[in-house]
Write a protein that binds this ligand. Structure first.
Ligand code: AMP
Ligand code: MG
Length: 502
């Protein structure tokens, strides 16, 4: 029986093996004791062309526990550096993750990409990574392990983001074990099989730039172009296209984060993907009440990565990336592209917010309408997800959503303007409701939901992890079995604290 290991390629390894020390380190996994499968992601398996039944095979469990009894795995840890909380942190690297190989996945979608280029169908390589499999040369003083708690959070949130239609790394499988890991208390060691189109970060480029290795910056940029944008390989302007792609995709990703109330929590440049995928799920959080000052990361005392700061941090990080590309591109070229970030972010964000309000076409006045609603939600402590979901049912005769506001008159005044705007469209209430339900999720991964699933899993009951996986993979569907997750968070949710060490 074969899993997918025979199909793995090793293009990163092959491309950089001559300069192995500079780009990556070959590593060995440290095995987990008595591993058990917590959850397998059958949906992703199908997308990757893996037989979903094989995910629960002994072979997969061996793989997930770090026992690689096969020739076609070359575990490597990638080196990168980065700016952490605005400060240059120097060398970091995969301290608790190893890439096992790259899985070719047929990419059939033909169409235009974000930059208006025609996409060429090709087989895309997806990194298969094992997170939590023991120390690497980049672990510094840490143990290279991941605890069950943080692994469940990453596993569920990456799939939740995908379910919301946001570019992200994915997670194929989650395994727990009897290996003891020491945090504030003893916890069990777990692994997540992270699957991503790329694990190359802004910080990967910064690493070589600040080491004064422009040839390595170029080699890395060429690798990314060849692997992800083969249609640009021969173009003399391929690096500007690559940078532009990163700027546009990052703008779109962050606009989408803002639209679903997602707070990443640690937007360091080493956690930013060169493809604009959501990467590294640590102390993330989704908004409950609409509060732009929300800081999900307990360690972020100054609120650098507060919810409302994410769009500008995105630009700060892209600036850091631009600096690391100055050996490839002129300052004028880089600045010219950076200038497109803000308009692109606004363009994306306004479009999404208009859709969330059931507006078919964004008009300039809609910004005021949307901002007035957000202001009201903020002052009235209204739940972000619940409000937009219930707004789907708003009509000239159904204003029940007003009950969510303490200031009902304030809402009524807004509702008059909203109705007038809706009347400019030809959509029926039912059509608009369906459009709005197709964008406004009913479920997001609130901290208390993850926490409940974690506490159950710690007793050996994985049912809640698996229920949440199912619900969050299609968060706009009704899921009658999960209604209790569609309401307000319980009072105890406020006592949960997540920090970088999670
Ligand atoms: P993060 O805050 O998760 O993005 O991690 C920052 C850096 O610390 C990365 O280089 C990680 O690989 C490393 N790191 C985090 N936790 C561990 C751990 N338990 N063992 C080894 N390295 C770690
Ligand atoms: Mg990280």
């Amino acid at each position: 029986m074969t899993l997918f290991i025979d199909r793995l390629e090793h293009t990163y390894f092959e491309s950089f093996k001559e300069r192995e020390d500079a780009h990556f380190s070959p590593v060995m996994a440290s095995r987990l004791l008595d591993p058990v499968v917590v959850s397998s992601n059958k949906l992703l398996a199908e997308e990757l062309g893996i037989d979903p039944d094989n995910l629960d095979s002994p072979e997969m469990l061996e793989l997930m526990s770090g026992n690689f009894m096969t020739a076609n795995i070359k575990p490597i840890a990638l080196v990168y550096s980065g700016h952490q909380f605005g400060v240059w942190a120097g060398q970091l690297g995969d301290g608790r993750a190893m890439t096992l190989g790259e899985l070719p996945v047929a990419k059939s979608a033909l169409g235009e990409d974000e930059l208006g280029e025609t996409e060429v169908p090709h087989s895309e390589l997806w990194d298969i990574q094992l997170k939590g499999a023991g120390p690497t040369p980049y672990s510094r003083f840490a143990d290279g392990r991941a605890v069950l708690r943080s692994s469940i959070r990453e596993y569920l949130c990456s799939e939740a983001m995908h379910g919301l239609g946001i570019a992200t790394t994915r997670a194929l499988s989650l395994v727990d074990s009897k290996t003891q890991v020491y945090r504030e208390e003893v916890e069990s060691g777990a692994t997540v099989c992270r699957v991503a189109r790329s694990h190359i970060r802004f910080g990967s480029f910064e690493h070589f730039h600040y080491r004064n290795q422009p040839e390595s910056v170029r080699a890395l940029a060429d690798y990314v172009v060849q692997r992800h944008f083969p249609q640009w390989t021969e173009d003399s302007d391929r690096f500007i296209k690559l940078f532009k792609n990163t700027v546009f995709k990052t703008a779109k990703m962050i606009a989408q984060w803002q639209s679903v109330g997602f707070n990443h929590g640690v937007m360091n440049t080493d956690n930013m993907s060169i493809l604009g995928d959501t990467l590294d799920f640590g102390p993330f959080g989704f908004l409950d009440n609409y509060n732009p000052d929300f800081i999900c990361n307990h360690s972020d005392t100054n609120g650098r990565y507060a919810f409302k700061n994410q769009p500008s941090v995105g630009l700060w990080n892209l600036n850091a990336l631009a600096t690391s590309l100055t050996s490839l591109l002129s300052s004028d070229e880089l600045i010219d592209v950076l200038k497109q970030y803000e308009p692109e972010f606004l363009n994306q964000f306004r479009g999404i917010m208009a859709s969330k309000l059931g507006l078919e076409q964004y008009q300039a006045e809609d910004e005021l309408l949307s901002n007035e609603l957000l202001d009201l939600m903020q002052t009235n402590n209204v739940d972000y997800t619940i409000l937009f979901r219930s707004l789907c049912d708003f009509t000239a005769t159904n204003h029940t959503v007003r009950d969510q506001f303490i200031d009902r008159e304030g809402f009524d005044q807004w509702a008059v303007k909203y109705l007038a705007r809706l009347e400019q469209q030809r959509l029926s209430d039912a059509q608009r409701r369906d459009n709005m339900r197709a964008i406004n999720p009913k479920y997001v991964l609130r901290n208390y939901m993850a926490q409940g699933a974690i506490e159950k899993a710690q007793t050996g009951d994985y049912s809640e992890v698996n229920l949440l996986l199912k619900v969050l993979q299609s968060p706009r569907e009704e899921h009658p079995e999960a209604q209790h997750y569609a309401g307000l968070p319980p009072d105890w949710a406020e006592t949960i604290s997540v920090s970088c060490s999670s």
